[in-house]
Design a protein around this ligand. Structure first.
Ligand SMILES: Nc1nc2c(ncn2[C@@H]2O[C@H](COP(=O)(O)OP(=O)(O)OP(=O)(O)O)[C@@H](O)[C@H]2O)c(=O)[nH]1
Ligand SMILES: [Mg+2]
Length: 383
């Protein structure tokens, strides 16, 4: 009885709601949002600006990987292409041709690309922003959507100037000044200097911080969860988003919201726990594909190290069948390893302790995945 009281108190506390019913309703809403929130990012700019490379970079893909946008030195993006995120299909990045081509005239551009679809626009340039870019920014402004100027290929400039013994700081300063001049008729908005080959360099984090500040809460969560892991700061943000969501998943999982049923021994509970941790696993970049890429990039055997975690291994076995199937296949093996990880999970028998216990399983599982992901970042020597 005392346990049930504690449980209820904890549940109300996490939800911030005064009653059980309202807490459960809010939890369902949060979980639903986690599953269904959409985010549509439009990337535009002149031919060769680096749009497709940027689209790939923010989806954590590299050409010629399956699902990546084709890039190259000849004109490759002629029509608008939709690229769903590889593990979060509701997050879509749209590779749009720049204004000024045969099919995309400035006057009708916004209508032609169905501007209502997008949450915001990224205008990419590899050098100066053109008249067309500025015209486009003006058109976007009229629709009250947000847009951001991104200067790509900064790595090339730093390397080229470096050969002339110009420091990185001086080069970045020069590019920034020249972009500001270039956009002076537009009130010199901020320009984010990036390289699609290494998101951890230059202003990419600044861009993400700015987007986060401008997006509504649920869209911001989708952005944070979907970005590839390129730095410890980025991983920490993801960890804190997932931690924030754990209470809602714990309430919604299985019987707690309905009739009293045994906690983790029930398939639906298990399915939700597996599904939540599988989502974290992908978001933290712990899946084989991401790790292989990382290992190759830094030339270190990261994959082998990560496989020392029994939880990661258990999820890896399930998730090879995709998250959706893992959700249905609440295989006991995964939960066994969770139980080893979290002793309390083994004791879940009564519905009365279900919330606190399920939540602690989620949080402990999450912590384990986070600590493995953090070791990956350290090993890869990312900032
Ligand atoms: N060094 C460097 N090269 C880049 C970067 N972004 C793109 N590139 C290269 O620039 C070329 C053009 O890049 P794309 O991403 O295909 O450019 P795009 O804007 O999609 O081009 P179109 O589809 O033809 O309009 C490719 O060879 C890329 O590898 C970058 O940040 N740094
Ligand atoms: Mg392209």
């Amino acid at each position: 009885m005392a346990d049930q009281q504690d449980d209820l108190r904890a549940l109300l506390n996490y939800s911030g709601e005064p009653t059980w019913e309202r807490a459960v309703a809010k939890a369902r809403e949060e979980v639903d949002r986690l599953d269904h929130v959409t985010l549509n990012i439009a990337v535009t700019g002149v031919t060769g600006a680096g749009k497709s490379s940027f689209v790939n970079a923010i989806r954590g893909l590299q050409e010629p990987e399956e699902g990546s946008a084709p890039t190259g030195v000849k004109v490759t993006t002629k029509k608008l292409e939709e690229y769903p995120h590889p593990t979060m299909p509701n997050v879509k990045i749209w590779d749009l041709p720049g204004v000024g081509g045969e099919q995309f005239k400035a006057k009708t551009y916004m209508k032609d690309v169905k501007f209502q679809t997008y949450d915001f626009f990224i205008i990419v340039s590899a050098s100066r922003f053109t008249e067309n870019d500025i015209m486009l920014a003006n058109e976007i402004k009229k629709t009250e959507k947000n847009f951001y100027f991104v200067r790509s290929k900064t790595d090339n400039d730093v390397a080229n100037e470096g050969r002339k013994r110009v420091s990185e700081e001086a080069t970045l300063e020069n590019i920034r000044n020249s972009c500001e001049d270039n956009l002076s008729t537009f009130g010199s908005p901020p320009v984010f200097l990036i390289t699609s080959h290494n998101l951890e360099r230059f202003d990419f984090q600044e861009l993400v911080n700015t987007l986060e500040g401008d997006l509504p809460d649920h869209k911001r969560d989708a952005l944070v969860m979907s970005l590839p892991v390129y730095s410890k700061e980025c991983l920490d943000k993801k960890y804190s988003e997932f931690k924030k969501a754990a209470w809602a998943v714990a309430i919604t999982s299985g019987g707690i919201a309905a009739v009293p049923v045994p906690g983790l021994s029930l398939a639906c509970d298990v399915a939700m726990v597996v599904s939540f941790l599988t989502r974290c696993y992908f978001s933290f970049g712990l899946n084989d594909k991401s790790l292989e890429k990382m290992s190759e990039r830094v030339n270190k055997p990261i994959l082998a190290m990560v496989r020392e975690s029994s939880l990661v291994m258990a999820i890896a076995e399930e998730s090879s069948l995709t998250t959706k199937i893992a959700r249905r296949l609440a295989v006991a093996g995964v939960i066994e390893s969770l139980c080893i990880l979290v002793p309390v999970a083994g004791n879940i028998a009564a519905a009365g302790v279900s919330f606190v216990s399920t939540q602690s399983v989620l949080l402990e599982g999450l912590k384990e995945l986070y600590s493995v992901a953090k070791r990956v970042i350290e090993m890869a020597e990312l900032p």
